[in-house]
Design a protein around this ligand. Structure first.
Ligand code: MRU
Length: 352
């Protein structure tokens, strides 16, 4: 199964190249590529969800460091290193919840710190591109491994519900939750997907449905408020979602609405799985209460896609993520394998 699109890609060498990405705000109506030549363009692309999904944000930020320091290749190394730090701090302020962003930026700055001080700025910049590409390649490999482990939980003929988009568009590779489905299909299993449309920005309807359609995997879009009924009708055999940040005890932040789906799944006896790479785990947080939840603009709800649907002057609340407690998660699926009934102890053991 070859995928006829890329999500993000560095094209060219370090000195003259740029980050190209699919502008996901345009999907599914238009497929447009955006060329990011500055850190400001990358910042805006992340903030406005042109590139989105936790792992993809991390990879974009790693390449964003390259664009933000490109003009200083001929500058004194001290100045270059100073700029590198300020670009990383700037990109880190683009979105707060997905820990992959901070993970990738820390990795880029940590990598630079370990390089000999004798390097010229151009030499260091060249090496930073190699590191960013390593982050990109590792993400692709993690997606495949997640897919492999998760696919063993799916049986032929199953109908899987997913929320938001945790597919190729959300990563550098095959995705997390959708990678599980792709791998099961590659293994010859027939899988049908219910995609929650995922209000307010419709990542499920616009992006998950687009990806599955491209791969010719049967998908049915439902409004978020239909999940309970569809489960009650016995049409959902398991739920698989991605995550933006997972705490040490297994509590998992993901797109707003995921927590509600997990509650519904528990009530209906439907297994609930969360698929995510190790770069999504924040083991410094004991539980999900410390995960920062992004608050987004009122207009995304009150005036979504250019149509006013809430009376002017009425207040709107727009948290972009919620936290599903580990007690509602039947298994975490990572590139290392599966953690069933996650707890502080089992998560710690998984990562030794
Ligand atoms: O606001 P978004 O579209 O970036 O939110 C994305 C999600 O919530 C995904 O489910 C999550 O990042 C996992 S992506 C593999």
């Amino acid at each position: 199964m070859t995928v006829p699109y890329f999500t993000l890609q560095w094209r060219g060498d370090a000195a003259t190249g740029a980050l190209w990405l699919i502008d996901q705000t345009k999907l599914p109506e238009a497929y447009e590529e955006l060329c990011c030549t500055t850190a400001e363009i990358v910042f805006e692309a992340i903030r406005s969800l042109r590139v989105r999904g936790a792992p993809a944000i991390g990879v974009a930020a790693a390449y964003g460091v390259l664009t933000g320091t490109q003009a200083l290749r001929s500058s004194p190394p001290d100045l270059f290193r100073q700029k590198l730090r300020s670009v990383a701090e700037y990109l880190a302020s683009s979105r707060p919840t997905a820990v992959n962003l901070f993970w990738a930026l820390d990795r880029m700055t940590g990598f630079a710190d370990r390089q000999p001080s004798s390097l010229t700025s151009a030499e260091l910049h060249d090496r930073l591109l190699v590191e960013a590409k390593a982050i990109d390649d590792e993400d692709k490999a993690m997606c495949l491994a997640i897919g492999h482990h998760g696919s063993l939980l799916l049986e032929d003929g199953m109908s899987v519900l997913t929320h938001c988009n945790a597919g190729g568009l959300a990563t550098a590779g095959d995705g997390t939750a959708l990678s599980v489905i792709f791998a099961a299909v590659r293994a010859g299993k027939k899988i049908h997907v219910f995609a929650d449309e995922t209000r307010p920005l419709l990542q499920g309807a616009r992006l998950t449905a687009w990806e599955l359609m491209k791969r010719q995997i049967p998908v049915t879009v439902i409004c978020d408020n239909m999940a309970a009924q569809v489960m009650k009708e016995g049409r959902v055999h398991c739920v698989v979602t991605g995550a933006d940040r997972i705490a040490a005890n297994g509590d998992a932040a993901n797109k707003i609405g995921t927590y509600g789906v997990a509650v519904l799944a528990k009530y209906h006896g439907v297994p609930f799985y969360v698929a995510a790479p190790s770069s999504t785990f924040d083991l410094s947080l004991a539980d999900g209460s410390g995960i920062p939840i992004e608050q987004r603009k009122d207009e995304e709800i009150a005036e979504s896609f250019g149509k006013r649907t809430v009376p002017r002057g009425v207040s709107v609340y727009n948290p972009a993520f919620d936290v599903t407690p580990a007690s509602l998660i039947d298994a975490l699926i990572t590139e290392k394998g599966v953690v069933r009934n996650p707890t502080k102890e089992s998560v710690a053991k998984h990562f030794v």
